[in-house]
Design a protein around this ligand. Structure first.
Ligand code: CUA
Length: 362
């Protein structure tokens, strides 16, 4: 509970006060946010009213009926029908009203409008992938237009996650083997936090992203750019482009040689650099060359490395597209440049598209 004196301080530290919520809720940035906050505010005010009322009367009685030497003991009252009916009926009406408002909001939140813009969402340990109708695929960044309903069609590749955008007041579990949906209509341009709200393993707290809300015309440009950026990366820079989407590989492949459920890229890179061979699950061996790398991304189930499970999504090559596959092949071939000392090199998409970095040799 926040005292009245704390409210101005709270608003001062969080920037512009969101309209309609004085209980420290994040800014309201979707059409449902004011409704959610209204219910929250009403329940909080009811709680404050009864807390103050009950504790106040209790305090008054404690003083008035405190034990003193000159008061005779009497037996306590047994019951009072009008009083009991009152304290049953009034809360009953209140909870029915809260239920009604809550149910109405719930139905609204769970019924996406017919014309909603659809975005496919995949939750994976430990990142989010957002796929757009024009083929753009973004990791941990959700672009949406302002003032238009957006429907997220969500699935999980592994365990239960939950997509949560506090500023939109929406949250929905993402469950393996099932499609779940979530819709919202953003009302304010800006950048908002996005979280995984279901404990999904050791890196759960790192499964965060952002929602970026644009004016509809700008949104079209951003989405177009997101679909095409890889085509704009000059060939000289393509080996570095993998840094932008390596997080799709990171839950199974490491860069520093440590073992997850698939071979570390470091090990693969070293074999490639020394023209080494790898033993496959079917007993054969294969030379780790460029063709092997490419085939392992395009047809991951065709050459399973011995002792590892065949767990790579077979459709990943199609999902990435030719140029990203090529980028990832080069990324592994030049791992000393793309992930020196096992740390992913930090480059922005803009840097990749604009300047040509110095090639540092194979
Ligand atoms: Cu995904 Cu927590």
């Amino acid at each position: 509970m926040i005292g009245a004196s704390a409210i101005p301080i709270l608003l001062a530290t969080t920037g512009a006060p969101p309209p309609g919520s004085i209980f420290g809720m994040p800014p309201q940035a979707s059409t449902v946010a004011p409704m959610v906050d209204l219910v929250y505010d009403i329940i909080t005010w009811i709680s404050i009213f009864f807390f103050v009322g009950i504790v106040g009367v209790m305090g008054y009685f404690m003083i008035k009926y405190r034990r003193t030497s000159h008061v005779a003991n009497t037996s306590g009252p047994t019951h009072n029908t009008p009083l009991e009916v009152t304290w049953t009926v009034i809360p009953l009406i209140l909870v029915i009203a809260i239920f009604y408002v809550g149910l109405k909001g719930y139905v609204h939140i769970t019924t996406p409008p017919e014309n909603a813009y659809e975005i496919q969402v995949t939750g994976q340990r430990w990142f989010w992938t957002f796929n757009y109708p024009n083929g753009a695929s973004e990791t941990n960044v959700l672009h949406v237009p302002v003032g238009k309903p957006v429907k997220l069609i969500m699935r999980s590749d592994d365990v239960i996650h939950a997509l949560f955008v506090p500023a939109f007041r929406v949250k929905q579990d993402v469950v393996p083997g099932r499609r779940t949906t979530l819709w919202f209509e953003a009302t304010r341009e800006g950048t908002y936090s996005l979280f995984c709200a279901e404990y999904c393993g050791t890196q759960h707290s790192q499964m965060v992203g952002k929602v970026m809300v644009y004016d509809p015309d700008e949104f079209e440009v951003v989405i177009e750019e997101a679909a095409r950026w890889i085509d704009k990366v000059p060939d000289d820079n393509l080996y570095l482009a993998g840094t932008q989407f390596f997080n799709q590989c990171a839950s199974c492949h490491t860069l520093d040689g440590s073992k997850l459920i698939a071979p570390s890229f470091k090990e693969t890179h070293e074999l490639f650099a020394n023209r080494g061979t790898r033993k496959l699950a079917d007993g054969s061996t294969v030379t780790v060359d460029e063709a092997y790398l490419r085939n392992s991304i395009l047809h991951p189930l065709s050459q399973i490395v011995d002792t590892y499970p065949s767990s790579m999504p077979p459709g990943i090559g199609t999902q990435l597209g030719d140029r990203k596959v090529e980028a990832m092949v080069q990324f592994i071939m030049r791992l000393d440049d793309t992930a020196p000392d096992g740390q992913l090199k930090e480059v922005t998409r803009a840097e990749l598209v604009e300047e040509s970095t110095e090639p540092e040799g194979e």
